[in-house]
Write a protein that binds this ligand. Structure first.
Ligand SMILES: [Zn+2]
Ligand SMILES: [Zn+2]
Ligand SMILES: [Zn+2]
Ligand SMILES: [Zn+2]
Length: 517
């Protein structure tokens, strides 16, 4: 018997309904941030396994409790350890540090053994975590340690420990929606009056193992959502999202990187045009780090004491720093005027021999990063190196190719190989050129930039050891450089070859930075 149309519909209707219900039940329940910015946050509460983190110390698998002899993985967020064969069980059995939790109070999240360094037991105050086996516990939020024998005396609730001022607890998030959950608000924890959440930014792509290590350490100390890899997410959008969700609380930003990364971050925040923008602190990585020195964050990485760094960020003073814009209008070439280029900087802009050193270094680094794998790339590299000779001599007699105007006043130039526009006190990895010359006070937020000349690369070396002073041209709000030759140029460590152009440098904004006392 063939079913009639109405009989078919009677069967298909409930079947579709059943499919719809099942689909809703088993759909993965992701959480996103307001304004559809969820993809910017890594909100999945999975472990962040790191394969290389176990090399230094004896580690024990949290599943089978055996000593790991080869391989093994460590979760950067919660510190859980697994050998390769137990990984599936570890993922099923142990939850990672929660990012966006329930509204209930926060409980300690204990992980057994594998302490980074021995600490004191929170109950009996004796050494803890130094047994050659998987014993004793540490909380992934408050970082407190406790002996297995003292465990019963611990409280159930976690107070987040000494960094509570800087942590965004998982129970502060207000989430709406059933199927597609959306974070609509982040509330201030009731118990914290001076709450100052810190967002940590580092770029794992920069090739620095330090950046990777800072992010891993920060994920252990804070809510992993507060730690952002600039390689994966756009800092501008992430900051925008956090600032809106935290409003009226303003987070503080810690940039782990060199001067260039910090300067770039200030520009990104500037472009958001926030009414109350977050202030930026620096965790110096790599070399140079002149801005970091000026703001008292030191010149070498302090990632070993990241907890101390976070507390200093929370207690640092807010200050303003001038930001500058370079407008490059190239002159007509073969009847065509190339497009105008705009570059921003915070620390310095220069043309001449110092930029040539950076340019050569930049090229050497680039060439070693691409070890002759592609023929086209080879050709480009060859062509780039081919111009080296031309650019090498481009700094001789710079004064003949350049006219310099400070606030409209033409400056008579002596024989020089570089002109430097310096916004901060430090330059070239710790030298203080303006101080060497006993000139009038220079400040990074007076709307003026210091302009000086250098006679040779030897002169730079002498200045770096404090044996010579620069040739002072003056301080100005607006600097105009009329360039009639090819010269190397650089702004905040980014070098390029500059063709003949009219260059104007003006103060565009003031950014909020954090100055350590
Ligand atoms: Zn195991
Ligand atoms: Zn984990
Ligand atoms: Zn705890
Ligand atoms: Zn104890």
């Amino acid at each position: 018997m063939v079913p009639t149309l109405s009989e078919t519909l009677l069967f298909i209707g409930p079947a579709f309904f059943l499919l719809y219900v099942l689909n809703r039940l088993f759909k993965t329940r992701g959480v996103t941030a307001a304004g559809n910015l969820g993809h910017l946050w890594d909100v999945k509460e999975d472990h962040h396994w790191n394969q290389n983190a176990l090399l230094a110390e004896a580690s024990f698998c949290n599943v089978c409790e055996n000593l790991i002899l080869t391989g093994g993985l460590l979760c950067e967020c919660c510190g859980l350890v697994s050998d390769d064969k137990c990984l599936d069980v570890a993922i099923r059995k142990f939850k990672c540090k929660s990012r966006i939790g329930s509204k209930l109070g926060l409980l300690h999240h204990w992980i057994k053994g594998n302490f980074e360094r021995p600490t004191l037991c929170d109950v009996c105050n004796e050494d803890c975590g130094n047994d050659p086996s998987l014993s004793d516990y540490q909380c992934v939020w408050c970082q407190r340690s406790v002996h297995k024998n003292c465990f019963s005396s611990m409280t159930v609730q976690c107070d987040l420990g000494s960094l509570k001022k800087c942590i965004v607890p998982p129970n502060c998030f207000t989430v709406k929606g059933n199927r597609k959950k959306v974070v609509v608000k982040i509330d201030k924890p009731e118990w914290e009056i001076d709450w100052l959440p810190i967002l940590v930014f580092a770029n794992s792509e920069s090739g620095s193992a330090e950046a990777v290590s800072v992010l891993a350490k920060a994920r252990r100390l804070l809510n992993p959502l507060q730690c952002i890899d600039m390689k994966q997410s756009s800092p501008r959008q992430v900051i925008n999202s956090w600032c809106h969700l935290l409003y009226p609380v303003v987070p503080r930003i810690l940039v782990a990187g060199g001067d260039g990364s910090v300067s770039w971050m200030l520009g990104e925040i500037d472009r958001l045009k926030l009414q109350n923008p977050p202030a930026v602190a620096v965790l110096p990585l790599g070399t140079g780090n002149d801005l970091s020195r000026v703001l008292n964050w030191g010149s070498v990485p302090e990632e070993e004491d990241l907890k101390g760094v976070m507390l200093r960020v929370a207690n640092a003073q807010e200050d303003l720093i001038d930001r500058w814009q370079i407008v490059v209008s190239p002159i007509r070439h073969l009847g065509i005027r190339p497009p105008t280029k705009k570059v921003e900087f915070t620390n310095y802009f220069s043309i001449g021999v110092d930029a040539l050193i950076t340019l050569n270094f930049h090229r050497a680094r680039q060439s070693s990063m691409y070890p002759f794998k592609s023929r086209i790339l080879n050709k480009i590299l060859y062509l780039t190196y081919g111009t080296k000779d031309v650019i090498e001599h481009s700094c001789d007699g710079l004064e003949k190719k350049v006219a310099l105007h400070l606030d409209g006043v033409h400056i008579q130039l002596p024989e020089i190989e570089s002109i430097v526009l310096l916004n901060i006190e430090c330059w070239g990895g710790g030298a203080k050129p303006w101080k060497l010359g006993n000139f009038e006070e220079a400040s990074y937020n007076d709307g003026k930039i210091e302009v000086f000349g250098i006679t040779s690369s030897f002169h730079i070396a002498q200045m770096q050891v404090g044996l010579s002073s620069p040739i002072r041209f003056g301080q100005a709000n607006t600097v105009k450089i009329v360039l009639r030759g090819l010269v190397p140029a650089q702004a905040d460590g980014e070098p390029w070859e500059q063709q003949p152009a009219d260059i104007t440098v003006t103060n565009i904004s003031k950014s909020k930075i954090l100055h350590q006392n």
